[in-house]
Unconditional design. Structure first.
Length: 383
């Protein structure tokens, strides 16, 4: 059974060599644009490609403003600060995520609260969010959402669009509105994924993207904050050392961050963004082949949720049991076809073991069973 899957993957990539989980593709203007930055000498914190990359990303996602950052974690950290998250406050997120989501909360001095995900979206469950809030939160006289025990402010809700599959955004938006919670979307994995035709990352007050080397497009390292005009201006200020415009003086009006994306990386990003729809088409084709191949087997292929277009950044299957998961990982990796389990739940990591949580039944069920399969752009779509 798993041997057949390994053979199937090899047929798609037409090679007997090692097959990675996700390889970047540089078949567009990457070299040309990067050469341009070198020729101009503007490789660092100022340059035309940063402005262009931000404009292109805003146009692509439909966000009013897009602000480029040095990586996705920095984008998340700044986004949470801009949403008003402060020391000792709580931020509700999911336990089934990459560690960067929680780290960004911790950088603010705040603490994550883990609520369960939905099995069919792999993203935060609006019902679990509502249930946790009903049991543990109240709205104070000023309309702030606060915890009943400890009276800590609950400053934001931070769901994540797992592997590029949009979470139930209608549900999450409505719970967050009811509880006066700023919604910040970790859309690091979901560039190009749409929910009811609208781009993920553009539903909340702020959303963030990542352009790390393993993401659907890459700038080497990089990230982006998506938001409205006013917060976009604040985001630019905060991520560029909080420097006030002045002909020559160094005036910094708050503790800012050096989180800006270098022009060299932005050049790569502009070239990658031009190819994004092409990459998504290839990955969706691969996903439909996986789905067809696995139809009727014991592995459940994770498909895009209703009313969504997923970018299928990483393809995933749900195994019947933890034992079968381990067996699939062993057989495929031994055959030089790279597969990986989903992340350990955040509440099982030492840094986050003490954080509040609900029962996390679906999160634990999925963490025991999910395996990611090779998901790079198909060789016939490379030219
Ligand atoms: C990749 C990723 C990030 C950001 O990662 P960086 O490497 O800092 O760009 C954040 N959250 C999730 C869920 C991710 O997958």
């Amino acid at each position: 059974m798993f041997d057949a899957l390994v053979r199937f993957v090899r047929e798609q990539y037409r090679t007997e060599d090692f097959i990675p989980l996700h390889a970047p593709v540089f078949k567009g203007q990457e070299s040309g644009y990067v050469q341009e930055t070198i020729a101009s000498t503007f490789v660092s914190s100022v340059g035309a490609f940063v402005d262009r990359f931000e404009k292109d990303a805003a146009a692509y996602t439909g966000a009013a403003r897009a602000v480029a950052t040095v990586n996705g974690t920095a984008a998340l950290h700044a986004a949470l600060l801009l949403a008003g998250v402060q020391r000792d406050e709580l931020v509700i997120t999911q336990a089934l995520t990459f560690v960067a989501t929680c780290n960004a909360i911790a950088y603010c001095g705040a603490q994550p609260v883990f609520v369960d995900v939905d099995r069919h979206t792999l993203g935060m469950s609006p019902a679990s969010l509502e249930a946790w809030l009903q049991a543990h939160a109240r709205l104070d006289a000023d309309g702030n959402c606060r915890s009943k025990d400890g009276d800590r402010r609950i400053a934001a809700c931070l769901p994540m669009h797992t592997f590029g599959h949009p979470a139930d955004l209608d549900g999450l938006v409505s719970v967050c509105e009811r509880w006066n919670l700023p919604l910040v979307e970790d859309a690091a994995e979901s560039l190009g994924s749409l929910y009811r035709g609208k781009h993920t990352g553009s539903f909340g007050l702020l959303g963030t993207l990542s352009f790390n080397g393993n993401k659907i497009i890459t700038t080497g390292g990089g990230g982006m904050i998506l938001t409205n005009e006013a917060l976009g201006a604040r985001a630019k200020h905060l991520t560029t050392t909080a420097k006030r415009p002045h002909p020559f003086e160094y005036v910094h009006d708050e503790v800012g961050f050096n989180y800006r994306l270098p022009n060299l990386n932005a050049a790569l990003g502009c070239a990658q963004l031009e190819q994004l729809e092409h990459f998504i088409a290839s990955k969706r084709e691969l996903a439909s082949r996986y789905a067809a191949h696995l139809e009727g087997s014991e592995l459940i292929f994770v498909q895009e949720p209703e009313h969504c277009r997923s970018n299928y950044w990483l393809n995933a299957v749900i195994c019947p049991s933890r034992e079968q998961r381990d067996f699939l990982l062993q057989v495929s990796n031994a055959a030089d076809v790279m597969t990986r389990p989903i992340w350990q739940l955040m509440c099982d990591l030492p840094a986050y073991a003490h954080c509040p949580r609900d029962g996390l039944e679906q999160s634990r069920w999925l963490a025991d069973r999910i395996v990611n399969l090779p998901s790079s752009v198909l060789p016939e779509h490379l030219s």
